[in-house]
Write a protein that binds this ligand. Structure first.
Ligand code: ZN
Length: 72
């Protein structure tokens, strides 16, 4: 289980969990509760970020998070 912190364009920070084997797979996203959710404005746990799985996956890819993790 790998964990990455991704900052989205609106400043929302999410903790993203990946499984590595047999291949990298995004398993869970949880919003860090520093700021209210940009979607529903709740400041506690919500499921809105699940709708951004593709966006967050792209950010992970562009930021080369997985390559960095593999180097460790
Ligand atoms: Zn929300």
């Amino acid at each position: 289980m790998y964990e990455f912190i991704v900052k989205m364009v609106d400043g929302t920070e999410c903790r993203v969990f990946y499984h590595r084997y047999p291949e990298w797979k995004l398993t869970n996203i949880s919003r860090l509760q520093k700021n209210p959710c940009p979607v529903c404005r709740k400041d506690f746990i919500c499921k809105c970020m699940d709708n951004f799985t593709a966006d967050i996956g792209n950010q992970i890819a562009e930021g080369k998070y997985l390559e960095k993790a593999e180097a460790n």
